[in-house]
Design a protein around this ligand. Structure first.
Ligand SMILES: Cc1cc2nc3c(=O)[nH]c(=O)nc-3n(C[C@H](O)[C@H](O)[C@H](O)COP(=O)(O)OP(=O)(O)OC[C@H]3O[C@@H](n4cnc5c(N)ncnc54)[C@H](O)[C@@H]3O)c2cc1C
Length: 570
């Protein structure tokens, strides 16, 4: 009997466990297996194999039952995820439906999730900008949250490391606010976008308009071909899954790479319930998992654990990991676990028209668009709100098609649209300030279908966010007017927090264990063999799309963890 028990423990013991297989978990899997660790990746959702599990990737719109739209019934059953622009007939199978995984909105919060191997890496919009030192300095300079324990110099080599592998397109713009990376050739502008960029450069010293930086392979390098990935085809059907691997996803890139090492065990249908803490050893020894198919609880063991369940679920796992040493959640001596959650504010937008360049139009598609890096409060406080916003920008020729008729007549009218002027538009990407009052916690009564407490989310905008919306509208109106755009209209769609899918914090990094959860190596201050490297670890949000930073933090922490294991410190 005793031997059976020892064998059973051996069979479920690994060097490392990674919780979650999305963008950050995929990176943890790649780095840890490459460094020789037998790594178990636990993923709550089903498996999604690259290429074969993208059922809609090669369908034409007319080959889908509802021509790409979702029936009213599905929309009505999904008032939350139904708001996400990327949720449609071609992609709905990669999104969590509202009824499947309930949570409590103490205040309205649209929680958009992808529970499957690859997580949201299949669905993301692939914008990837580095942070600058100005972003890391934010909390200390402006006096909110806590200081970051790391700066740009700590993470810069890891940005390079992940960019080269993932494949990032961009232009070297030489901006202090948005450091250049290891770029593949940039995407092209259209003439009105270029015109706007030139106008802004002429009028402002500090408002460059650049082409976006995005995780698309514009010119495959040997490292991408070795991953079996090819040049992006500009199909712009990305959220259906890309059979070419033209954009970065865990499924196309990090997970198959990790599997090739022979060191990876990927276990789908494995809902992590909590992390096991051994009081005598003073460290975590493994995780408790509920098998989603049998509903049985199983334990797995490892020397180190990476928590990469995506920001709010990582909070949930740690809050649910209680012991007599940590009654309020693993590593939570400070009491800040679940608190100081922040997000991005995409509420505001602007549209207009331009009557120039009527001899030109666009040709083909482009999975990217121009980007306006943050220009407010960058070097000094100049407004009545803290921090600032970046903005997207794009221009398109207005074309109208006559859709009457059948057969050849219809095809001809579709192929020969009537061209109008140009439509131009932008949306705001604002930083929000992490506050103690924006928090997540476990509900005392309600459980999910696996018996795990439901997450209670209590997050709201504040006055700072409202002022930022107003400033964006004013500044962009000035900029659009200066460029000669007409029919300018601003909007504030008052969307709920969450819909921008960049929720961060709750397990923040910091210098002081009394006010933060993680040290500068993304290690729990009070349980050193547990690492958190997804959005939960972010001390502040800045304005950049965050996933590139999660990737870099993960690769950096994995490197450190393995070195510490070799020194027998872990
Ligand atoms: C439509 C859309 C557009 C976006 N655009 C951008 C963009 O342009 N740029 C950008 O930077 N970001 C973008 N994002 C956000 C980006 O997708 C996330 O920041 C990123 O995926 C986070 O990586 P992650 O590893 O933390 O989480 P995920 O990729 O969500 O992966 C988490 C994984 O953990 C699993 N999991 C959760 N709980 C458990 C548990 N208890 N046990 C086991 N497994 C668990 C989940 O099933 C999931 O597979 C976008 C997201 C969406 C949906």
């Amino acid at each position: 009997m005793a031997n059976f028990a020892i064998d059973a423990v051996k069979a479920t013991t690994y060097d490392a466990i990674v919780i979650g297989s999305g963008i950050s978990g995929g990176w943890a899997a790649k780095e840890l297996t490459e460094k020789g660790l037998r790594t178990l990746v636990l993923e709550r959702g089903r498996d999604v194999k690259h290429v074969t599990d993208y059922p809609t990737a090669m369908l034409n719109t007319w080959e889908m039952d509802h021509r790409g739209q979702l029936p009213l019934k599905i929309r009505q059953e999904n008032p939350i995820v139904g708001k996400c622009y990327a949720f449609h007939e071609g992609s709905a199978h990669f999104f969590v439906k509202d009824a499947e995984h309930p949570y409590i909105q103490e205040k309205p919060f649209d929680w958009i999730r992808g529970y499957q191997v690859g997580g949201k890496s299949l669905l993301w919009a692939r914008q990837t900008q580095r942070w600058s030192q100005l972003d890391f300095d934010g909390p200390a300079r402006d006096g909110f949250a806590v200081e970051w324990p790391i700066g740009y110099a700590d993470i810069a080599p890891w940005y390079s490391h992940v960019e080269k592998f993932a494949g990032i397109t961009g232009n070297k713009d030489g901006l202090a606010t948005l450091p250049d990376g290891e770029f593949l050739p940039p995407h092209e502008w259209n003439c009105v976008e270029k015109y706007f960029s030139q106008q802004m450069a002429a009028k402002y010293k500090d408002r460059p308009v650049i082409i976006g930086r995005a995780a698309h392979i514009t010119k495959p390098q040997p490292i991408h071909l070795q991953q079996g990935r090819a040049q992006c085809q500009h199909r712009t059907l990305c959220e259906r899954g890309c059979p070419f691997g033209g954009y970065f996803s865990s499924n196309a890139s990090t997970l198959p790479w990790a599997a090739k090492t022979g060191k990876l065990t990927l276990r789908p249908h494995s809902v992590v319930h909590s992390i096991i803490y051994d009081e005598k050893k003073g460290k975590a020894t493994g995780v408790r998992v509920i098998d989603a198919t049998t509903k049985q609880m199983i334990e797995f063991y490892a020397r180190i654990i990476f928590v990469n369940a995506a920001a709010l679920n990582t909070n949930l796992v740690l809050l649910n990991s209680t012991s007599s040493r940590f009654p309020n959640g693993l590593g939570n001596d400070s009491g800040v676990l679940g608190k100081y959650v922040a997000f991005h504010n995409y509420r505001a937008g602007i549209s207009g028209e331009y009557d120039g360049f009527l001899d030109s139009t666009t040709d083909g598609r482009r999975p990217n668009s121009p980007y306006i890096p943050r220009f407010r409060n960058v070097y000094k406080q100049e407004t009545d709100f803290l921090r600032g916003y970046a903005a997207g920008f794009s221009a398109n020729r207005i074309s109208r098609t006559n859709q009457d008729g059948f057969g050849v007549d219809l095809k001809n009218s579709l192929a020969n649209p009537t061209l109008g002027g140009w439509s131009v538009g932008s949306h705001m990407m604002g930083e929000t300030i992490p506050k103690e009052t924006n928090y997540v916690a476990l509900d005392k009564d309600l459980k999910d279908p696996y018996g795990i407490p439901q997450l209670k989310i209590s997050i709201a905008y504040d006055d700072n966010d409202d002022k930022m919306v107003k400033d964006y509208q004013e500044q962009m109106t000035e900029m659009f007017t200066a460029a000669g755009f007409t029919n300018i209209r601003v909007r504030d769609d008052k969307r709920n927090p969450g819909l921008d899918i960049h929720e961060m914090g709750g397990v923040r990094m910091g210098k002081d264990p009394k006010t933060s959860m993680l040290n500068k190596w993304s290690q729990l201050h009070h349980c050193k063999n547990v690492f958190v490297t997804d959005g939960a670890s972010m001390t502040s949000t800045s304005t950049q799309n965050p996933s590139l930073t999660y990737m870099a933090l993960t690769a950096r922490a994995a490197d450190y963890a393995v070195k510490e294991m070799k020194k027998k410190n872990l």
